[in-house]
Design a protein around this ligand. Sequence first.
Ligand SMILES: [Zn+2]
Length: 92
Amino acid sequence: MKAEANVRVEHRGQLLFHVTSQSKEEEFYVCDLSLNRGLGECSCRDWATRCQPRIRAGYAPNDDPHAERINCKHIHACLLWLGKEVVRRTNG
Ligand SMILES: [Zn+2]
């Protein structure tokens, strides 16, 4: 789970997030999980160069990390954040 350890997720409403690098606080990426039929979209280079072409080619969602993954670590961190939020709310 190292990918999640060095990023900070900021919820900006609905399915929109800013994901900040803890090493470079001034840099953040925009993750919108509502795009691409719910597969999400990120403003980072990894997503644009590796994930987007796979989504366009019709790859199915799979676990991250994976050689043919369609999520960058920022989107992955958002999904984890949402999962934890559901657990927190469910536990009251
Ligand atoms: Zn990203």
